[in-house]
Design a protein around this ligand. Structure first.
Ligand code: NAP
Length: 321
């Protein structure tokens, strides 16, 4: 769940539930963990968080997940993950966790479906887009500023839009926007891209895509909706105004781990795990983007989820004697 998720009021008479294995998050890590745990007959419960299927479900096409030579829709892949886990007995609930107490066992988790006590916990809460934190951004979010091209691209048919960032997300989402927008101008703060070469080639050669290098956005301008962005060349200091109706921000992600702060070892906001997905608390595992500052791919998240479930199964077998 995103860190800005609003704490819902817990229902006073909701009974406390006890589960063997609770998985927080329903992205590739959470659902892969659910599949493995379900096949180990642990009847895992998955709390979806606010984004059922995780970030991948907001991606138009995934071209680098093995087994789909023509690519697969992000939402479709999330749905397939869920169905496969459910087939073996996993239960996916549309709910979020908003507090945890890892100081006692079973672990206590406050959710908007009441309190859950879990013998084992897998943290797969993923990550959320980073914001620019510049004037106009908060005010115009949803009024021309977006963090998801797949969700909002359609609203920018025949319009000129701006993309900010130079990584895989910026180029992938920028390319997606060319389906609708008349032009997509990428503003990047350096003069070389971070994105992979295949995406770079596609984006640089696309007739609708333009690149403005060494330039940052300092303000988003508009009354009711986005009208322009103020720009600054970081090398020359030259400032400008660029007319646009849409601003798509893809400058990276931050892990959704706020509720674990102070209870578990973390590094730069990521839950620290060893190569068995153990966290600093016995019986708590973490997988996917909440614990991975390096790879952040669907396949690596799914792999971490599977590994976490295998280790969780061993933990419970040991506890059972
Ligand atoms: P990312 O790789 O961290 O790239 C973020 C981009 O935003 C960078 O180009 C960075 O510039 C720029 N940036 C950061 N802060 C900024 C700021 N305040 N103002 C302006 N620009 C700023 O993030 P991502 O593209 O979301 O990708 C995240 C991970 O997911 C990566 O590991 C990526 O490979 C993966 N991913 C993979 C695919 C795929 O394989 N198809 C698709 C999407 C994402 P600098 O380059 O100067 O740092």
């Amino acid at each position: 769940m995103p860190d800005n998720f609003e704490v819902p009021v817990s229902l006073p008479n909701t009974p406390i539930r006890h589960v063997r294995l609770l998985i927080l998050g329903s992205g590739p890590a959470g659902l892969a963990a659910a599949l493995y745990a379900a096949r180990a007959e642990l009847a895992p419960v998955v709390l979806s968080g606010t984004e059922l299927g995780g970030q991948v479900s907001l991606t138009f096409t995934i071209e680098n997940y093995p087994g789909f030579p023509e690519g697969v829709g992000g939402a479709e892949l999330g749905d397939l993950f869920q169905k496969q886990a459910e087939r073996f007995g996993a239960r996916v609930e549309f709910a979020s966790a908003y507090s945890v107490d890892l100081s006692q066992h079973p672990f206590k988790v406050g959710t908007d479906n009441g309190e859950v006590q879990a013998e084992v916990l897998i943290i797969a809460t993923g990550a959320s887009p980073i914001h620019l934190n510049i004037p106009g951004e908060a005010e115009l979010t949803g009024r021309g500023i977006s963090y998801c091209a797949t969700c909002d691209g359609w609203f920018f048919k025949d319009k000129n839009v701006v993309v900010i960032g130079g990584g895989d997300s910026a180029l992938e989402e920028g390319l997606f926007l060319t389906r609708y927008a008349s032009s997509v101008t990428v503003f990047h703060r350096r003069d070389s891209l971070r994105a992979g070469v295949v995406l770079q080639k596609r984006a640089l050669e696309h007739p609708k895509m333009k690149f403005i290098w060494n330039t940052i956005i300092t303000e988003v301008v508009g009354k009711e909706k986005v009208e322009a962005v103020k720009t600054k060349n970081v090398q020359t200091g030259e400032e400008g105004l660029f007319q646009t109706e849409g601003v798509f921000v893809f400058i990276g992600h931050t892990p959704n781990t706020k509720i674990f702060e102070g209870q578990i070892e973390m590094e730069k906001g990521y839950v620290k795990v060893d190569n068995h997905m153990n966290t600093s608390v016995a019986g708590v595992y973490a997988a996917g983007e909440a614990a991975d500052p390096n790879f952040r791919q669907v396949i690596t998240s799914a792999g971490m989820g599977a590994a976490a479930a295998i280790e969780a199964t061993k933990f419970l077998e040991k506890a059972d004697g």
